[in-house]
Design a protein around this ligand. Structure first.
Ligand code: DP6
Length: 342
């Protein structure tokens, strides 16, 4: 018998950032993200006969063997009792590809670990449905924190927040009350530089451990997350802009002020941000930027102002390597299960 599973999960962009973790992948503060739709990872998992007792996972990214990521996945999967039987019975071969260029300022570990977790779960429980989103989100979080937010859309909240029912450090939840103003968001990702990051997010998280501003940052982020939940409900765009931009700058400030300081933004990043400020001032249009852990700028705006933003985007295109046009999504999945002769 051979089992083959395919799954497809979107990435997400944090509006309130997860930066700093403790224990077994628990966040030091709550984070809130916009789920994307065009940026996704597709995974094909094949279960093959095995001879040894060891965990055997071979990982191919876009057709090329990726032993380093394979090891991370093996370590993750090997630690989950959910997958123990599967790993005992089979050698796994995983092929994955992203719909977006590598290092494009889109968190690939979010979509990858969401897709890998779903595929592993399905292969481990042939014939059964996926567990609830909450349990899947919990499992995926153990692989990569940001992955736990990719199970919902258009907005997901991860981290315990006083006053928000069901919020938890263990898994993400859907942000349910969304004002029409924020239901159809666009994300134009302005690629300033597509070279791989010099410093990994894992290193960045660990630098928060003895960061001089850590406590203030975690408190501020929780306040921002709570304010963002209220903002998404009441439709106040100026509050959305203020929280989102403060959070992006706060994330990069943490990098620049850690003991082992570093800087991921580039002169072009700053130039584009200044242009966004100016354009917003001139037009009073509701749009803003955010940054991931890299130099590329995400321009966020509601779909209804697309026509007004088009010209601005063609002007920005001169400052960028390329632009990826994405939008909010539902975090849905596509999953096939095949059981029979390969
Ligand atoms: C800047 O989820 O990649 O994108 O849990 O170590 O896999 P691990 O980290 P990861 O960190 C994401 C950091 C961020 C902010 C965010 O997505 O909230």
């Amino acid at each position: 018998m051979s089992i083959k599973v395919t799954s497809k999960y979107p990435s997400n962009i944090a509006l309130v950032k997860y930066w700093g973790k403790y224990g077994n992948q628990l966040p030091c503060n709550a984070s809130l993200s916009l789920t994307l739709s065009k940026a996704f990872t597709e995974v094909e998992l094949e279960c093959l006969p095995k001879s040894s007792k060891a965990v055997e996972i071979e990982y191919f990214f876009e057709g090329q063997p990726n032993p380093a990521f394979g090891e991370r996945v093996a370590k993750y999967a090997g630690a989950q009792p959910e997958f123990a039987e599967l790993l005992n019975a089979y050698a796994l071969q995983i092929h994955s590809h992203n719909s977006f260029p590598h290092s494009a300022g889109i968190a690939s570990s979010a979509s990858a670990f969401a897709a890998i977790t779903a595929a592993l779960y399905r292969a481990a429980h042939p014939g059964s449905e996926l567990l609830s989103d909450r349990i899947m989100s919990h499992l995926a979080r153990l692989g990569s924190g940001s992955a736990c937010r990719s199970f919902y859309g258009p907005y997901a909240l991860w981290g315990e927040l006083e006053g928000v029912q069901d919020s938890s450090n263990e898994y993400a939840i859907q942000v349910t009350e969304i004002h029409p103003e924020f239901r159809n968001m666009k994300d134009a990702i302005l690629i300033v530089e597509s070279a791989p990051k010099e410093v990994s997010s894992s290193k960045g998280h660990s630098l928060m451990k003895d960061h001089p501003y850590a406590d203030a940052r975690f408190k501020d982020a929780n306040r921002n997350a709570l304010e963002m939940v209220a903002t998404l409900k009441n439709g106040d765009f100026s509050s959305f802009i203020s929280i989102t931009e403060r959070e992006a700058l706060s994330l990069h400030t943490m990098m620049m002020t850690s003991r082992d300081y570093y800087m991921l933004i580039r002169p072009k990043t700053v130039e584009i941000i200044q242009k966004i400020f100016q354009f917003r001032k001139d037009t009073t249009l509701p749009l803003c930027f955010t940054l991931d852990a890299g130099p590329n700028v995400h321009l966020l705006y509601p779909e209804k102002i697309q026509a007004e933003v088009n010209e601005f985007l063609s002007d920005l295109a001169k400052d960028t390597e390329s632009i990826i046009y994405d939008e909010s999504g539902t975090g849905g999945i596509t999953l096939n299960y095949m059981n029979g002769k390969a």
